[in-house]
Design a protein around this ligand. Structure first.
Ligand SMILES: CC(C)(COP(=O)(O)OP(=O)(O)OC[C@H]1O[C@@H](n2cnc3c(N)ncnc32)[C@H](O)[C@@H]1OP(=O)(O)O)[C@@H](O)C(=O)NCCC(=O)NCCS
Length: 424
């Protein structure tokens, strides 16, 4: 039995933020019914195409383990089908532009009338307030949530990060809200509205930077490299380059082969507890007791010198040799792994973090499996559905429509043309 077995999710999501959430629910065992516009589907099906004629990796990697029903929610019969789906489902997840669901005629009040037990889960760019009507994409959320202003180097522009903290990060937050609301419903018998704003999710992930903003009122941020370099702080949390956010001095350093390989780097942290071991490993045993080097606070104005010396050592080793040498001494280091290296790591396939999936249109591809492992509910990754692959199946099995009902719905134009093989 899967953790969320028996939970039906009406998946009205598109692009990335919503689909990551419903994909997690599907991996935990929910029956996720993805509603897509007839003939078009989720726009990502046709975005960043690599194999002509096949669903893109953008789509396939965000929509595993779901069933797809084509449905025009603005068509009268389509609305009838949608109403029946709301009656049958436990959760409705959507990430349309603000107001879109209302404009379809499905306000929260109407949805509760149809099914008081349903949980309506929504992602928007911003919470209530002056920006609530804005459409928002990943990088806008990173900028509005405080991530971009605190990412990058002090003398460069703000930077967005490659991790999709606005989209996938918000999907994760919403998923937690949904399972929590399902848990509460067990006791209350009532559904509720769950909202996650992308700005809020990014800010939640960037909370250490708001911590630093408030610390600024009480003096400089001593663990930032700029403190040791004697550069004054301004009014806002600055960009800290590759300094570690936790207060321990850390940098990204070059390793052997860096001239050819853009990822021949390691992260290197010098915690107080392992300072003496670092001195031994890099061949500077005198630094253990040298004046101005022995205590963490004394080293802050020498971090550039210290890391330059450590880098001389790391440049004589590959990033993996650095790892192998430092780990036995508990010196925290980590190789900068390229996506190529990650995708070739058989250890990640063994744990199900990476999965090879077969797809009828595109053949085999690699995806990221469920990042949360439940011992009693292991996730088995199944390919994403083709557009409308399960339309007739859902009408019949989930909604109990008779063959005549299904013919009527098809004739109305509400569901496009169901795939012949799928029609029962
Ligand atoms: C992502 C986003 C910017 C995309 O905007 P968009 O491509 O213009 O898409 P919208 O959500 O506005 O939907 C467009 C229309 O399609 C309609 N539509 C969607 N599915 C439909 C269906 N199955 N049948 C009929 N109409 C449908 C919507 O009702 C909407 O119509 P309206 O404008 O008349 O109300 C926007 O949806 C958004 O801001 N979402 C919330 C934040 C978010 O999740 N952003 C990150 C995405 S990764």
């Amino acid at each position: 039995m899967k953790a969320l077995e028996g939970v039906k999710v009406l998946d009205f999501t598109h692009v990335q933020s919503g689909p990551t959430c419903t994909q997690l629910l599907a991996w935990f065992g929910a029956d996720v019914l993805k509603v897509e516009r007839p003939g078009e589907g989720d726009a990502t099906r046709k975005q960043l195409i690599d194999v002509p004629g096949a669903d893109s990796l953008y789509f396939t990697m965000l929509n595993h383990n779901k069933r797809s029903i084509e449905l025009n929610s603005k068509n009268e019969t389509g609305k009838e089908v949608l109403t029946r789906l709301i009656q049958e489902c436990d959760v409705l997840v959507e990430n349309f532009a603000p107001g879109a669901l209302d404009r379809m005629g499905f306000t929260w009040e109407r949805i509760q009338e149809i099914n008081p037990r349903i949980i309506l889960a929504s992602i928007k760019g911003f919470g209530p307030g002056k920006y609530e009507d804005c459409k928002v994409y990943e990088n806008i959320a990173q900028c509005a949530g405080g991530s971009a202003s605190t990412t990058g180097f002090r003398d460069g522009p703000p930077l967005v990060t490659g991790a999709q903290i606005g989209d996938s990060g918000t999907g994760l937050h919403l998923c937690l809200g949904i399972v929590t609301a399902l848990f509460q419903r067990e006791k209350s018998g009532r559904g509720q509205k769950v909202s996650a704003a992308m700005q809020d999710s990014v800010l939640n992930l960037a909370r250490v930077k708001l911590r630093d903003q408030q610390r600024l009122a009480h003096g400089p941020l001593r663990e930032y490299s700029q403190f040791g370099e004697g550069i004054p702080f301004g009014e806002a949390t600055p960009r800290a380059g590759n300094d570690s956010g936790g207060g321990q001095p850390g940098r990204i350093l070059r390793c052997k082969g860096w001239e050819q390989d853009p990822n021949a780097y390691t992260y290197f942290i010098i915690q107080a507890a392992i300072w003496e071991k670092v001195c031994d490993v890099i061949g500077e045993p005198d630094w253990k007791t040298a004046p101005g080097f022995g205590k963490p606070g004394e080293r802050l104005d020498k971090l550039n010198l210290i890391f330059e010396r450590i880098e001389q050592w790391t440049m004589s080793k590959t990033k993996f040799e650095v790892m192998d040498t430092c780990n036995p001494h508990d010196i925290p280091v980590g190789p900068i792994l390229s996506m190529k290296e990650i995708s070739e790591d058989e250890g990640l396939y063994a744990t199900g973090t990476l999965v090879r999936v077969d797809h009828p249109e595109r053949g085999e591809y690699i995806t990221v499996g469920c990042p949360v492992k439940l011992s009693d509910s292991p996730a088995v990754v199944k390919r994403s559905p083709l557009l409308g692959e399960h339309t007739a199946e859902i009408l019949a099995d989930v909604l109990g429509y008779s063959p005549a009902d299904i013919e009527r719905v098809i004739a109305s134009g509400a569901v496009g043309t169901p795939k012949a093989a799928a029609v029962k």
